[in-house]
Write a protein that binds this ligand. Sequence first.
Ligand code: FAD
Length: 346
Amino acid sequence: MRAPSFTHDVIIIGQGLAGSVLSITLQQRGKRVVVFDAPLPGRASEVAAGLVNPVSLRRTVLTWRASEMLAIAGAFYRDLGLQYDQVFWHPMPLVAVFPTAQEAGIWQLRTKEADTGRFVRMDTVPHPALDALPQPYGRGIIDRCAWVDVSRLLAAHRHELRSSGGLREEQVKADDILRYEDGIAVREAVAPLLVHCAGPFAEVHGLVPVKGEGLTVRIPGLELDRIVHRGVFLLPMGNEVYRVGATFKWDDVWSGPSEEARHYLLDRTERLVEREVEVLDHWCGVRPASKDRRPLLGHTGPHEVVFNGLGSRGVALAPWCAQQLCAHLYDGKELDEEVRVGRFSG
Ligand SMILES: Cc1cc2nc3c(=O)[nH]c(=O)nc-3n(C[C@H](O)[C@H](O)[C@H](O)COP(=O)(O)OP(=O)(O)OC[C@H]3O[C@@H](n4cnc5c(N)ncnc54)[C@H](O)[C@@H]3O)c2cc1C
């Protein structure tokens, strides 16, 4: 059976980072988009700290396609800020306080490597606020980091979608999706394409939900102007307020904020700053990660596509993924093999 006449070019389910960045990218291509979104408990983007860091701090190696992601993400969020007359992209160096002499040694080695060495260096420049932190093994710095104000971005885009009639603040159930030979209908919206951007709520082969928690804290007397990491990150928000995060948990992911995580984060923060720390907020969400830590993109049906698997680096990955997907859908480009959604099925 053929679909009733098309009301839009694309229907999107989910207005987290994936759905927002994709709908913006589609609109920039002149596509008529409608987004269905309901604020489900556990959604990831609303709580994301928004860090963009090209170096994995666990092993001091570059993250997947770091330079490409960083360049595309920076341009995307800066341009979007101009479009919405707001600032979303905040460049800010990240300082890694070495927990052991061995980690300091590894970092030192990495500064001499051709690829990682372009991003990391030892940090020996005096800095009163940083110098006051305990650091018997010294510190390193990654200059080209940033943070994105994700919740502000989502709110700005939500406002834009609402004013143009492109937002349906409703939860979509499986029965609401009607499949036709030439397209898809979700309630009164009809389009040749439906993109599922449901984050951790999706059922996609290879998707692994990972719980994350963080705190917003006040640290009287500490005014840092850069992100600091030692076990946890400390992201300065101004006026002695910081976001601290984040935990990773693979079981019981939908159970909400836990005392255990709060205690862990507070303990790490107190050890990092050796000062009194006042907790203002405790946040929690579920990351839509994948088994191999690559995004999940592509067709799952003739008129259905998935955009998921943003994991713990959604801010850096989302603009690149949206570009890839649009080039695949509208310019006939092959999707990169590493991100194809079908790689885990069958
Ligand atoms: C604690 C924490 C800290 C993080 N920090 C960072 C960070 O510093 N840097 C970074 O890059 N990434 C970070 N992340 C990861 C980042 O948040 C995710 O990669 C990204 O937000 C995923 O976006 P998404 O759109 O796929 O999913 P989500 O943000 O979960 O969005 C999915 C949306 O779809 C809606 N939805 C789902 N199903 C339906 C339906 N059937 N009908 C209607 N609506 C539906 C949901 O309610 C939600 O609004 C963090 C995550 C967590 C949990």
